[in-house]
Design a protein around this ligand. Structure first.
Ligand SMILES: CC(=O)N[C@H]1[C@@H](OP(=O)(O)OP(=O)(O)OC[C@H]2O[C@@H](n3ccc(=O)[nH]c3=O)[C@H](O)[C@@H]2O)O[C@H](CO)[C@@H](O)[C@@H]1O[C@H](C)C(=O)N[C@@H](C)C(=O)N[C@H](CCC(=O)O)C(=O)O
Ligand SMILES: Nc1ncnc2c1ncn2[C@@H]1O[C@H](COP(=O)(O)OP(=O)(O)OP(=O)(O)O)[C@@H](O)[C@H]1O
Ligand SMILES: N[C@H](CCC[C@H](N)C(=O)O)C(=O)O
Ligand SMILES: [Mg+2]
Length: 484
């Protein structure tokens, strides 16, 4: 690509000769190779501008930086913009060129991974070549890969989207995390529709207030979606009304789903142990759907996913019929096994208060005995959620076992103590393996065990080391009677 090809997204005129070849774009000087256009972005730990010299030494052709940043010593032509992160996203989109024709994104505190996976499955059922991108990685026809971030950085994202488009993928759903939205990672994605699930306490180590966190999420609707595009909003959350208001004000076609929804109205749900029967009304017709998943919240997630598929052209009856074949995303209320007496053991990714509350409430209706929960809180993350989650667990479970979940650089005992302080009667077992085995050993007929917090994760990070650890494996071993 020539630098002039970026003229639509960057003020390149007069900075470099128009026919200078660009071999790529990057915001990480360590990744710069000759011909790369370097973007100096200011981050949480460092300021990219201080690495412009490094980028120059590695062969960058120019640096894109915020107005007012002094880069006179970098020895590179400077292109100035208002928002270097947005410029990077738009330039990455232009550089890699193609994206699946129909792209949708979903945001919300909980349910993003599930909705992205469900939307892909609904499209697939409708005969479309579909992919999903999120916390558990990339899933596409012939491709399953684990990813590092929920919303990949724009350079990795557009490289991936171009690969997917080249492989024939026409439809892709992706998660829009608040970090991703705030850091402009999705700004170059051509979105056809977007979804909102709910808002609760999360990432309070990044966003100063819950209002700031909500504002970051709203960028998806008021900045990224084109006017007139459909916004599928779950209508039964405390934050639904302000989200609907903002989406309407942005000129979007707001389609609400849920008990209070109008586009897909949930009329009735009957919960069974591992499945649910839902009556959904759309355009005056009632559809009866057998959802093969446990958990009230999965009904909500299915409605958002079906809404996204319908809003982007899938036939209503086909989309709703596809819900009968949904598979849960890995580690989301994932039934790993049952004891000889039939007590189910679920692995779930609830690592924030609302998610824990929902998952414990979800299993109560089909638990005739006790609900037992094993969970902990991650180190180097929001400390405020620890007592809140302790309180939720002891209020909603009959037996609470507090254990470790990625203590990272923190002292594990201190994290557990903060949870225990609000969890009277809870049992403290730091070693997660032992905690899981003891919990499985306690199960009687009618009980349900939830091992929460790690979901699909395959490691336990203690200090700087990540040791292999899988809740799925430990549950299976404990059920098989293998010693801890
Ligand atoms: C806090 C955060 O979100 N950080 C992300 C952010 O880094 P940053 O911009 O703050 O980077 P920084 O370290 O301050 O450096 C500033 C700039 O200097 C550059 N640099 C730095 C060193 C050097 O030698 N040369 C150089 O050019 C860096 O590449 C960067 O561009 O941008 C980077 C590139 O996109 C991300 O990899 C990085 O994610 C880190 C690893 C991370 O852990 N992020 C998590 C918190 C995250 O984003 N999570 C969300 C939500 C998860 C969920 O709830 O599902 C996600 O979407 O995954
Ligand atoms: N719609 C929902 N409402 C409330 N809780 C939910 C909902 N969907 C999922 N959960 C809970 O949140 C956990 C994470 O679900 P999921 O991975 O789909 O959400 P996410 O938004 O992608 O989360 P993360 O940001 O952690 O990746 C689930 O394991 C479950 O406990
Ligand atoms: N995206 C989240 C995941 C948290 C999962 C939990 N197991 C933990 O380690 O706290 C984070 O990195 O904060
Ligand atoms: Mg996710």
């Amino acid at each position: 690509m020539k630098i002039e090809d970026l003229a639509g997204v960057l003020p390149v005129d007069g900075v470099l000769p128009r026919d200078v070849e660009v071999s790529g774009v990057s915001s990480d000087s360590r990744q710069v190779t000759p011909g790369i256009l370097f973007f100096a972005v200011s981050g949480s730990k460092a300021d990219g501008a201080t690495y412009a010299g490094d980028a120059a030494r590695r062969g960058a052709i120019a640096v894109v930086a915020a107005k007012g940043v002094d880069l006179s010593s970098a020895g590179l032509p400077v292109i100035t913009v208002d928002d270097p992160r947005r410029a990077l996203a738009l330039a990455a989109a232009k550089f890699y060129g193609s994206q699946p024709e129909t792209m949708v994104a979903v945001t919300g505190t909980s349910g993003k991974t599930s909705v992205a996976a469900f939307t892909r499955q609904v499209w697939k059922h409708a005969g479309l070549a579909a992919a999903s991108i999120g916390t558990t990685g990339v899933v596409a026809p012939g491709r399953v890969e684990y990813g590092q971030l929920t919303t990949p950085d724009p350079v990795a994202l557009h490289k991936l989207l171009a690969e997917l488009a080249a492989s024939g993928v026409t439809h892709a759903s992706m998660e829009a995390s608040s970090h991703g939205l705030d850091q402009r990672r999705l700004d170059g994605v051509r979105l056809a529709a977007a979804g909102f699930t709910n808002l609760g306490r999360d990432h309070m180590d990044y966003h100063p207030t819950v209002e700031d966190y909500h504002r970051a999420k709203l960028r998806l609707f008021d900045t990224l979606l084109p006017k007139g595009a459909p916004a599928i909003v779950f209508a039964d959350d405390a934050w639904s009304a302000p989200t609907i208001g903002a989406a309407r004000a942005a000129g979007l076609d707001v389609l609400t789903v849920g008990r209070n929804g109008q586009f897909l109205a949930l009329k009735r749900v009957e919960h069974e142990r591992h499945r649910q029967r839902a009556e959904i009304e759309c355009g005056g017709t009632i559809y009866e759907i057998d959802l093969p998943l446990a958990g009230d919240f999965q009904v909500s997630n299915s409605l958002v996913a079906a809404g996204l598929a319908i809003a982007t052209g899938t036939d209503v009856a086909k989309a709703l019929a596809a819900l009968e074949h949904l598979e849960g995303a890995p580690g989301r209320l994932d039934l790993v096994g049952t004891t000889a007496q039939g007590a189910p053991v679920y692995v779930d990714y609830a690592h924030k208060p609302d998610a824990l509350e929902n998952v414990l409430a979800a299993v109560r209706p089909f638990t005739t005995g006790r609900v037992i929960v094993v969970f902990g809180c991650g180190g180097d993350r929001d400390r405020g959620k620890r007592p809140i989650m302790g309180e939720i667990a002891t209020r909603l479970a009959d037996v609470t076992i507090v254990t470790d979940d990625n203590p990272r650089s923190e002292v594990p005992e201190t994290i557990r103590a903060a949870i225990m302080a609000a969890a009277p009667g809870a049992i403290e077992i730091g070693d997660r393996r032992r905690a899981i085995h003891e919990a499985v050993g306690m199960l009687h007929a009618g009980d349900t065990l939830i091992v929460a917090g790690k979901g699909h994760e395959e490691g336990q990070t203690i200090g700087a080391d990540t040791l292999h650890f899988s809740d799925h494996e430990e549950v299976r071993n404990a059920l098989a009677g293998v010693a801890a």
